[in-house]
Write a protein that binds this ligand. Structure first.
Ligand SMILES: NC(=O)c1ccc[n+]([C@@H]2O[C@H](COP(=O)([O-])OP(=O)(O)OC[C@H]3O[C@@H](n4cnc5c(N)ncnc54)[C@H](OP(=O)(O)O)[C@@H]3O)[C@@H](O)[C@H]2O)c1
Length: 399
């Protein structure tokens, strides 16, 4: 492994934790043969003792030379280095083809969101017309905070740095260069044509004012830093700039440090993938996925490592709708019956309907068996005028 920073150290922890499972899947037990950083390890020694090189040092030099040397020595390479691929991808991919090795890079775009694999493999049979992406989590976090709180750009950036979503030097993120590198890679894959970082026009978010977001809100619009790669006539355009989105757009609800990519094609209309776009453990898991893929021939049958038991009783939140007699103490009686089975109420709306009342509530997550017991108990209350109606609520809030 080259580099032992945010992603590298997470990868070094992840590999032994998954080694047993990987051995079952691939028949080979992966081991970290060595690490090279600025202060330790020798690249040539590492290369001599490795079957596969994981490059997580970033930057162009010496990463470019090391990756090329590894490929020429017949080693598979896994990297998350978008700067390297957006500038020197062609020479590296062509060397990998020539030497019959894999050069995999899922972690280079949108962290753990599997957009590279989907475009390269799952959608290989479709003609892609356009890719839209929120591919920089730092700027998406800043824009989300500015819209949510009315903060200025500088304040939201400081907040992003405090929470670890922005680096000490955030310039590549906020000026759009980081997103441009990722869009160059996506465009290259989507349209099967070389695209160099220098061919991507980019604009950042430094000039966005709080009132831009205020007016957008009044108009029902969301502001995002959007990367676009699209076919235009016989050519293509790859660019990054802030853009307003209407609420129905699949990228409009993507908030905080999340990334999302929408792939459009006349053949399948649109596919959107979203998830954490960065972070050590998240990116390391994408890198490990690439390592496993490089260790096995393309999967023809899904491997089984162990049989997991099916869990029947799961935790859910519920919406509960009750028609009850409109008399004093009913709400308290209902709450008491629920509490006896450990079910607590998150919110409630009560509506009078003549001599009847309607209680509509959302309950906190609880084991479904507990909820079922509470509903059976409620059904026995003589104030109930109709069988209880329940629908599950997905409680998770993303972003
Ligand atoms: N961080 C993320 O969330 C994320 C997400 C997606 C992709 N990536 C990509 O993953 C790669 C690694 O990012 P990171 O955040 O883990 O970087 P990082 O924390 O800065 O770590 C870089 C590592 O590489 C080593 N290194 C740097 N220059 C070197 C050189 N000339 N010779 C030998 N070792 C060198 C450093 O050595 P020292 O330990 O001696 O300083 C350090 O261990 C980059 O390509 C980045 O774009 C990162």
């Amino acid at each position: 492994m080259l580099g032992h920073g945010t992603v590298g150290s997470a990868f070094a922890r992840l590999l032994p934790a998954h080694a047993d499972r990987i051995e079952v899947i691939t028949g080979i037990r992966p081991e970290l043969a060595g690490v090279v950083t600025t202060s330790r390890g020798s690249f040539e020694e590492l290369l001599a003792g490795s079957d596969l090189i994981v490059e997580l040092m970033g930057g162009i030099d010496p990463a470019r030379g090391y990756v090329m040397r590894a490929i020429e020595s017949g080693r598979h390479v896994v990297t998350a280095n978008k700067q390297l691929l957006s500038r020197y991808g062609e020479e590296l991919w062509s060397a990998a083809r020539e030497h019959g090795v894999q050069l995999r890079f899922e972690g280079a775009v949108a962290g753990v969101v599997p957009v590279i694999r989907v475009i390269q493999e799952s959608l290989a049979g479709a003609r892609i017309d356009r890719v839209h992406g929120i591919v920089n989590g730092t700027t998406n976090f800043i824009l989300t905070e500015m819209a949510r709180t009315g903060m200025k750009f500088e304040e939201a950036l400081t907040e992003a740095q405090r929470l670890g979503y922005a680096e000490a030097d955030p310039s590549e993120d906020v000026d759009g260069r980081d997103a441009a590198a990722k869009m160059a890679i996506l465009a290259r894959l989507a349209f099967d044509t070389p695209v160099h970082l220098d061919e991507v026009r980019y604009e950042g978010i430094e000039h966005i004012q709080p009132d831009d977001l205020e007016y957008a809100h009044d108009l029902g619009l969301e502001l995002k830093l959007i990367g676009t790669a699209e076919r235009i006539g016989e050519g293509l355009s790859v660019r990054v700039h802030p853009a307003f989105l209407y609420p129905g757009h699949p990228l409009a609800p993507v908030a905080g440090p999340f990334n999302a990519i929408t792939v459009e094609s006349e053949e399948f209309t649109e596919i959107t993938m979203s998830g954490p776009g960065a972070g050590g453990p998240q990116t390391a898991s994408a890198v490990l996925g690439d390592v496993i893929s490089a260790m096995i021939p393309p999967a023809s049958t899904p491997p089984t490592s162990q049989r997991l038991p099916i869990v029947e009783d799961v935790v859910s939140a519920f919406y509960l709708h009750l028609e009850v007699a409109d008399e004093p103490g009913v709400l308290a009686a209902v709450a008491r019956v629920l509490a006896e089975d450990g079910v607590s109420v998150k919110s409630v709306v009560q509506k009078g309907l003549g001599d009847q009342a309607r209680l509509v509530m959302v309950l906190h997550p609880v084991l479904e068996s507990q909820f079922a017991a509470a509903v059976r108990a409620l059904a026995g209350l003589d104030v109930l005028r109709a069988p209880p109606r329940a629908i599950r609520v997905l409680e998770e809030e993303f972003g």
